[in-house]
Design a binder for this molecule. Structure first.
Ligand SMILES: [Zn+2]
Ligand SMILES: [Zn+2]
Ligand SMILES: [Zn+2]
Length: 88
């Protein structure tokens, strides 16, 4: 059995995104592949398959560790610090 890190265990309420676009990409006229949302502050940003990787940049800038997928049908969280995923 693999254990789930405390960051993911503590993420009991999963908020809905307030937007479905990456504001930072739009500001530069760029596009993205998938969207992720920071569970700590609600920031929506693009994934690592996207050119600008704004979700990872947000983690590096803020140390906000847990994101959820914003893609339809995807129900998972990811902890950057421990590099763990969990379904919800
Ligand atoms: Zn963690
Ligand atoms: Zn972006
Ligand atoms: Zn955040």
């Amino acid at each position: 059995m693999s254990t789930v890190c405390a960051d993911l265990v503590e993420a009991t309420s999963i908020p809905e995104p307030e937007t479905r676009e990456c504001a930072e990409c739009i500001a530069f006229g760029d596009t993205w592949v998938h969207l992720r949302m920071c569970l700590e502050c609600g920031n929506v940003a693009c994934c690592d398959d996207s050119k600008n990787r704004h979700a990872t940049a947000h983690f590096n800038a803020t140390n906000h560790r847990v994101i959820r997928s914003v893609e339809p049908g995807e129900r998972w969280l990811w902890c950057y610090r421990h590099e763990q995923a969990v379904q919800w």
